[in-house]
Design a protein around this ligand. Structure first.
Ligand code: ZN
Length: 121
């Protein structure tokens, strides 16, 4: 696979994941999507539809959606596959399995991402 095929494959994976996340949101609130009574001021402050979606997603889904969006943005800016810490290229096999990866394996090992999982769990 060349770089543009990898980019195309990653885009497809990320878009599919985004769709799956949005679908899990609509399963949670089928029927309450319309311009309901639930119009909170926080939701109106920004694009109210997006805020509403984010409020309904679980913290984990919200985090995942954020990662997916960030990866799609890197794809569109041409920085996808570049480590944001050392600016080196992230291994293509790693990017194939984890298209939202921000860092290469070396950088990940000294700076664990904001994962809450620790030895004291
Ligand atoms: Zn790195």
């Amino acid at each position: 696979m060349n770089q543009s095929q990898r980019v195309a494959a990653a885009t497809e994976t990320l878009v599919a994941r985004r769709v799956a996340l949005s679908r899990s949101r609509s399963d949670n609130d089928a029927g309450t999507v319309a311009l309901g009574e639930e119009r909170r001021p926080e939701a109106l402050a920004e694009n109210d539809q997006i805020s509403d979606v984010l409020m309904r997603l679980s913290a984990r889904e919200t985090a995942e959606l954020g990662e997916v969006d960030a990866a799609l943005e890197r794809l569109s800016q041409g920085t996808w596959g570049q480590c944001e810490n050392c600016h080196g290229s992230i291994d293509a096999r790693r990017m194939a399995v984890l298209p939202e990866a921000r860092r290469c394996a070396d950088c990940m090992s000294f700076t664990p991402q904001s994962s809450a999982r620790g030895p004291h769990d």
